[in-house]
Design a protein around this ligand. Structure first.
Ligand SMILES: *Cc1c(COP(=O)(O)O)cnc(C)c1O
Length: 335
């Protein structure tokens, strides 16, 4: 039976067409700047996000890391969400490799950072303090789309205080599709944006960092330093190019499937779906059950979910509406 993997949108396999695009890609040595497919991906990503330049990296952790290193010097500080990927899930790279101090703040329920609080935490210019240099947001944040009005206010806060403004846009295309806007409307509010190609967009590897020419030149040096200079990386970039031209509009299907999953699970008494967080491709569900037993029951039916409270269920390119029906039936049969 087909495996239905709801743990993450990173579990997708490249499709035959994506693999064909990878096999056909012209390549060269990207450390010499000579891989035409990488160059094309970087140019395409820059154009799509409305930025001057872009850099292809191995992962979203790497794009966020080189962004931190490019914005901040040793002894400087970035303001970030307490549960933000850039702070919590990247092994402390900014601190370890850049001596950059995080100032984590709690996310509000809607995935924003309260701007009055951010303003209060910006350190005055005083030798007792680290110098606050950068403000980071995440969009989508745990599946939630940040409101455009908020982003504009956050941009002006960054301007008022002379801060750099970075977006961890691992799933920024999900946000744009949900809002039915061009992704540029979101990305051009920032100085730098990291976008994952290997989440909902379905490539096996890769993220792009987009920003100004100067910023990307600095980031390119840091990428080399952290071992991210790749050679005939065009075979990977080709997957990214394929994804950027074929897999964006279809994110709406993932959102519809997440809504369908939420609706099905809500009909089970022991499951409570958080409707507020149901915006894109993630369903957060509180489940009143022996979770180990539930995970096993589902695994026996070729349905994989993570442990967690709430449990995060994620839809993606390898899941269709019929799979959602089968998953809901799997949950129902347990209860
Ligand atoms: C996945 C993800 C990243 C990058 O993770 P990698 O696994 O290193 O590609 C960054 N931010 C968010 C919000 C993510 O979900």
């Amino acid at each position: 039976m087909k495996q239905i993997d709801l743990r993450s949108d990173t579990v997708t396999r490249p499709t035959q067409k994506m693999l064909e695009a990878m096999m056909a890609a012209p390549v060269g040595d990207d450390v010499y700047g000579e891989d035409p497919t990488v160059n094309q991906l970087e140019q395409t990503a820059a154009e799509m996000t409305g930025m001057a330049d872009a850099l292809f990296c191995a992962s979203g952790t790497q794009t966020n890391l080189v962004a931190l290193l490019s914005h901040c010097q040793r002894g400087e500080e970035y303001i970030v969400g307490q549960t933000a990927h850039t702070y919590k899930y990247e092994a402390g790279g900014g601190a370890v490799l850049g001596s950059i101090q995080p100032q984590p703040l709690d996310f509000a329920d809607d995935g924003t950072l309260d701007l009055a609080t951010v303003e209060r935490f910006i350190k005055p210019d005083d030798f007792h303090f680290a110098r606050t240099r950068l403000f980071c947001l995440e969009n989508t944040q745990a599946g939630k789309v940040l409101p455009m009005a908020y982003l504009r206010q956050a941009r002006s806060l960054a301007d008022r205080h002379g801060l750099g403004f970075h977006l961890d846009g691992a799933r920024v295309f999900n946000a744009a599709v949900k809002l039915k806007i061009d992704v540029k409307e979101i990305t051009t509010l920032f100085d730098s944006v990291s976008c994952c190609l290997s989440k909902g967009l379905g490539t096996p590897v890769g993220s792009v960092l987009c920003g100004s020419k100067n910023f990307i030149a600095r980031a390119r040096r840091w990428r080399k330093m952290v071992g991210g200079g790749m050679r005939q990386a065009g075979i990977l970039a080709a997957a990214g190019l394929y994804a950027l031209s074929h897999n964006i509009d279809r994110l709406a299907d993932d959102h519809a499937n997440a809504a369908r999953l939420a609706e099905g699970l809500s009909s089970i008494d022991a499951i409570h779906v958080d409707e507020k967080t149901l915006q894109t491709n993630m369903v957060l569900a509180d489940i009143d059950a022996d979770m180990q037993a539930l995970v096993k029951h589902l695994a026996d039916r070729d349905i994989r979910i993570s442990l967690g409270s709430p449990v995060r269920l994620v839809t993606h390119l390898d899941i269709d509406a019929a799979d959602i029906n089968r998953a809901v039936a799997g949950f129902r049969s347990f209860f």
